[in-house]
Design a protein around this ligand. Structure first.
Ligand SMILES: [Zn+2]
Length: 326
């Protein structure tokens, strides 16, 4: 994982960003550095949303530099989507101060994921990859990453760097795989076509209902459906609007995110769903401060925002978020 801030031009820059990552999860730079990046870009309201761990240092450091902030986290959860089906999704959460139960819930998730990463390393090893869990941890130790919060992104990055990987992937599927995103999609997911690194584990991600109980009810917070345009790409905007959104909202979720990369159909869907259920509209770049995760069609540079989130609209949405987390 390279520490870098890509010098990419951002077409729609906003003065606020409610969704990005640091080295506390799978981002490339520390909280202090992220604050400096926000200052440089004139961002006046910023919330770090790590995967499954509350970043409490970012708000403190940000406020010290005159940037307003809240506690934030991006929860890996599962939610009902109708017809008895359950979907794994990301929910960004915001609060002035999360109830302590949230830390326990997130710790359970991280512990479950550590077990999964160990099992995945073992399975890949049996398939010929020279990988051990200890060597995998060593790879990220120096980058300052939180070793209890490594994910498939880290594992894929580690694996594609290895010299035996091209020939092994050639053997497995008849093509050399050298891109971490492809590696995850092809080999590490539950529904991968060649699941050589995918394992069945007991569920370790909370339900949207349990998450809402802690975030919305106990923490007076906002729990928002992150990047629905990507999560529900397969189901489509129409089904999301007509069926899925209601199910998720009924489980207690009270926000929805407008992602910078949402196309026209998804933009109007998100706005109508927000209106219909009276949700809080959240937004953000999903910046990881990594060169391979900027302008890749999914992530943006910090402050990168949807064209609708500019000027007065930004302040209005921040006011609504603050009112909902009061
Ligand atoms: Zn994210």
């Amino acid at each position: 994982m390279k520490h870098s801030v890509p010098p990419s031009p951002e077409t729609n820059a906003s003065s606020a960003d409610l969704h990005f990552h640091t080295t506390l999860s799978d981002g490339g730079i520390t909280s202090a550095w992220a604050v400096a990046e926000c200052v440089k870009r004139g961002i006046s309201f910023a919330v770090a949303t790590e995967h499954d761990v509350v970043n409490r240092e970012f708000p403190l450091l940000a406020r010290f530099q005159g940037i307003e902030s809240l506690e934030g986290v991006e929860i890996s959860a599962r939610a009902p989507i109708g017809g008895g089906a359950v979907k794994h999704l990301h929910l960004t959460a915001y609060s002035k101060r999360f109830a302590p139960e949230l830390d326990l819930l997130l710790e359970w998730t991280r512990m479950g994921r550590v077990e999964k990463m160990k099992a995945q390393c073992e399975k890949l090893r049996s398939r010929g990859f020279e990988v051990t869990y200890a060597a995998f941890l060593d790879r990220f130790r120096e980058s300052g990453c939180d070793l209890s919060n490594l994910t498939n992104f880290h594992l894929a990055e580690y694996l594609v760097e290895k010299s035996e990987t091209p020939s092994l992937t050639q053997e497995i599927m008849g093509a050399e795989v050298t891109n971490p995103h492809d590696f995850i999609r092809l080999f590490l997911k539950r529904d991968s076509p060649f699941p050589v690194g995918s394992v069945e584990m007991d569920e370790y991600e909370p339900t949207s209902e349990a998450s809402a109980r802690i975030v919305v009810a106990r923490s007076k917070g906002v729990l928002s459906i992150a990047h629905p345009n990507f999560t529900f790409e397969k189901e489509g905007a129409e089904r999301f609007e007509n069926e899925i959104a209601r199910k998720i909202v009924e489980s207690g979720v009270n926000g929805i995110e407008l992602n910078p990369h949402a196309e026209k159909d998804w933009t109007s869907t998100v706005l109508r769903v927000r209106e219909r259920f009276g949700l809080v509209l959240t937004f953000g770049s999903d910046c990881h401060f990594l060169s391979n995760k900027t302008d890749d069609g999914r992530h943006s540079l910090v402050g990168g925002s949807h064209p609708l989130i500019v000027g007065k609209e930004t302040s209005f949405r921040i006011e609504r978020l603050l009112a909902a987390t009061a």
